[in-house]
Ligand binder design. Structure first.
Ligand SMILES: *Cc1c(COP(=O)(O)O)cnc(C)c1O
Length: 502
């Protein structure tokens, strides 16, 4: 253990406020700073090599070519790169990311996209077909999520993805609370396991984030939620299921708490919206989470995940058109004319909405039910196999997003050993674990068996040599020690700088 590690270890035992204070001063110490900067520099160089694999073989285009290139040349060079990048996800080596991915389905979506590539729903008069598709996507999604049994009209809009759906909903609750309850310093009550998009909304819209802990099963603590609600609370949130551990929060209890206090409740069903209804049909144990619960006032559900649309669409639903009004933007004195838009974007890709509608009507209820059955059965196989590996344990009791950790091994070393075998899993922390989000890619013959085989081998490898170098393990190690979290945040920013290097 070197001096820095020792210091970190000591600091991590102190009170957080004090640590933050010490950290601020410590970082001014030139020796400590130099060490941190050197380590960060080394790490960034390694990451840069991994993130920019084409640098040594292809020229970078930093200037618009003086003369345009022949279309065939452009297509050929782009196709060559895609060919190289396709095998990993196509063969089921990636957690989440591509949720359908069958060639026939992709070709179908591409045809629909090509047909509509020039459309823009901002000009509803020019392309009324796109507003028809969008209205129907919202209606179909509402119907699937208990809309008919809600007792009120369930309405909504399309957005570009789960993050936008969530941010729109949070803005909507903030603005409603300001208009109807005069709340100037809004707060949102959010389980620690809810998606980072809620933190993003809190930062962007100046809403105070009040986090509530989860229980041993990684479900939001009801009593903590009850205590966290104040006169300033504008919304309470629950996930169905959460991104990290795939657990469905106690939505019935949380939404009832919110309803009794006159506060909105948002169910984040970005991940589960297009699986849970069918899982319920199939007899899996799914707690209620949708508009059948009277306290649920909005739901986000991602068509671009298990709705099997192309990337770039999601649905945000509201209980009643009055609530949806707070999402809308209008301006009546802009020299550019009377202007309005329902979501964050102005111009939008109508082709993505068309492809989303086409995916939904092509797949149909039977198709969604069958896809969910295959995913849930594959997940059952994998969960049983993980439970049989003595070094590993599964967090909570999830349906198809399977987070696992270890009491004896560094789980990030296991993740790195899986990466060496071609797998791209998600690293999580607080607590340390890794997850596999099962998609249709994993339901192909042989994939689940290969995952389990590789996982057993990875565990055996780490058991034999627990001290291997490199990979993501050290970064998660740093993030876990309080005094270095500021450093890690800077590393993430440096990472984004790298992404935009040519
Ligand atoms: C994926 C996801 C989101 C965010 O969705 P994006 O489409 O990536 O913006 C939000 N919540 C949950 C539970 C998710 O799984």
């Amino acid at each position: 253990m070197d001096a820095m590690d020792r210091l970190t270890e000591l600091l991590s035992r102190l009170n957080p406020r004090l640590v933050a204070h010490i950290e601020k001063h410590l970082r001014k110490l030139p020796a400590v700073r130099a060490k941190i900067e050197q380590d960060t520099g080394d790490l960034m160089q390694t990451l840069e090599r991994e993130l920019k694999p084409y640098r040594d073989e292809l020229p970078s285009t930093r200037v618009i070519p003086a003369e345009g290139l022949p279309p065939d040349t452009v297509l050929e060079s782009m196709a060559a790169l895609q060919t190289r990048e396709t095998d990993g996800w196509k063969d089921g080596y990636v957690s989440g990311a591509v949720y359908h991915g069958d060639t026939a389905h992709i070709d179908f979506l591409n045809q629909v996209y090509a047909l509509h590539s020039q459309t823009n729903p901002l000009h509803a008069d020019v392309w009324p077909s796109i507003s028809k598709y969008e209205a129907e996507i919202v209606a179909m999604t509402a119907g699937m999520l208990g809309g008919a049994k809600a007792g009120e009209e369930i309405c909504g809009t399309l957005s570009s993805g789960g993050t936008e759906s969530i941010m729109l909903a949070m803005k909507t609750y903030r603005d409603r609370a300001r208009a109807e309850r005069g709340i100037r310093r809004p707060e949102m009550v959010v389980p620690v396991t809810a998606h980072a998009a809620f933190d993003k909304a809190a930062q962007y819209f100046n809403i105070k984030m009040v986090r509530i802990p989860v229980d041993r099963n990684y479900r939001a603590e009801i009593r903590a939620a009850a205590k966290a609600i104040t006169r300033r609370t504008v919304v309470v949130v629950g996930s169905a299921p959460s991104f990290p551990h795939g657990m469905v929060d106690p939505i019935a209890e949380l939404s009832e708490l919110a309803r009794r206090r006159g506060v909105g409740f948002h169910t984040d069903a970005c991940l589960g919206g297009f699986v849970l209804p069918w899982a319920t049909d199939l007899g899996y144990p799914v707690p209620p989470f949708d508009f059948r619960l009277p306290g649920v006032t909005s739901i986000s559900a991602d068509t671009h995940k298990y709705g099997y649309a192309a990337k770039g669409t999601s649905v945000i639903l509201y209980r009643g058109p009055e609530l949806r009004r707070y999402q809308y933007f209008t301006i009546t004195d802009w020299p550019g004319g009377l202007y309005f838009s329902p979501s964050f974007a102005g111009s939008r890709p109508g082709a993505l909405s068309a492809a989303c509608w086409a995916a939904m009507v092509r797949i149909g209820q039977a198709g969604y039910r069958d896809a969910s059955r295959r995913i849930l059965e594959t997940a059952d196989f994998i969960k049983t196999a993980i439970r049989a590996i003595p070094e590993l344990f599964i967090l909570g009791d999830p349906l198809w997003v399977i987070a696992f950790g270890s009491r004896t091994l560094d789980i990030y070393r296991v993740m790195d050993a899986m990466s060496h075998r071609g797998w791209s899993l998600n690293g999580l922390h607080r607590p340390n674990c890794v997850h596999l989000c099962v998609t249709l890619r994993h339901t192909q013959p042989g994939v689940k068996e290969r995952f389990v085989e590789d996982l057993r081998a990875a565990v055996a490898e780490v058991k034999k040599a627990p001290e291997a170098e490199g990979g993501m393990a050290p970064v998660y190690g740093m993030a876990a020690t309080l005094p270095l979290r500021g450093v890690v945040s800077n590393i993430l920013k440096a990472y984004m700088d790298v992404l935009y290097k040519t």
